[in-house]
Design a protein around this ligand. Structure first.
Ligand code: SF4
Ligand code: URA
Length: 248
């Protein structure tokens, strides 16, 4: 391992150890001490592939920002396309932008988003090295006439998810992640068309468009019920192991 890679691993381990205090699982501590060979940060990346994927994503983002294919397009403040690496192995798909995300145009930046960032870092990644998106790109509101009202979020409808899915499909085609983690019932049901409850389906391996898919709880559910953290961490260990060994 080169010295710079070694320092990077140490930096990640240190950050994960700090996260351990907040995230609070023994496994996080252990994981932090085992640098994963699968991590994109230390893998050689072909610059041309990387930049062309980034360019394609940027072009798709511009197109999506003008979309009015479903009613959410009329009330959104910003289209929340997604963030992260255009060549990420690991992609998270949430439910939809909330108040904070609609205002800033970036996914998962509110309280639930901050917890997601901690989970990602505990896995040995950074927000920049994975990709984070939602199953709908515009803010689903209970009262679409007032985007300035807090507590106005709602889950997307199946029709809204179907209308928006082509954008997610194109993101997947460009990024080609090895595994998708769906966060919560909306994105899990929206992609898998399953009637199973999130508590039954989480932790089990599926496929979407030929890509492995692992459903887990939404970080907002963990804020309401911290006991669920253990389940999410078990699911993420399977994901980490898959990224390391190719087996799940
Ligand atoms: Fe278009 Fe998706 Fe926004 Fe609906 S939610 S307007 S389909 S980008
Ligand atoms: N919840 C989500 O599902 N997505 C976000 O971007 C923010 C909160």
């Amino acid at each position: 391992m080169k010295q710079s890679e070694y320092l990077n691993v140490l930096k990640l381990a240190k950050r994960s150890l700090e996260d351990y205090k907040n995230w609070g699982e023994d496994e996080v501590y252990k994981a932090a001490l085992q640098p994963s060979s699968s991590q994109k940060q230390s893998a050689p990346v072909q610059t041309s592939d990387k930049s062309s994927s980034a360019q394609k994503l940027e072009a798709l983002k511009t197109k999506t920002s003008k979309c009015r294919k479903c009613p959410l397009g009329a009330s959104r403040l910003n289209c929340v396309f997604g963030v992260g690496s255009a060549t990420a192995d690991l992609m998270f798909v949430g439910e939809g932008p909330g108040f904070d995300e609609d205002h800033k145009g970036e996914p998962f930046i509110g309280r639930a988003g901050q917890l997601l960032t901690k989970i990602i870092e505990a896995m040995g990644y950074s927000r920049d090295s994975v990709y984070i998106a939602n199953i709908v790109k515009c803010h689903p509101m209970k009262d679409p006439s007032d985007p300035e009202k807090r507590g106005n979020d709602r889950p997307p409808t199946p029709e809204e998810m179907d209308a928006c899915r082509p954008y997610l499909d194109m993101q997947l085609e460009i990024i080609q992640p090895k595994i998708i983690v769906t966060l919560g019932a909306s994105s899990t049901k929206g992609l898998l068309k399953s009637d199973e409850s999130i508590s039954a389906i989480r932790g089990t391996v599926h496929e979407y468009n030929g890509i492995k898919l692992m459903p887990t709880y939404h970080p907002a559910a963990l804020l309401r019920n911290p006991d669920l953290k253990k389940d999410v961490w078990n699911d993420m260990k399977k994901v980490m192991n898959f990224l390391k060994t190719g087996k799940i």
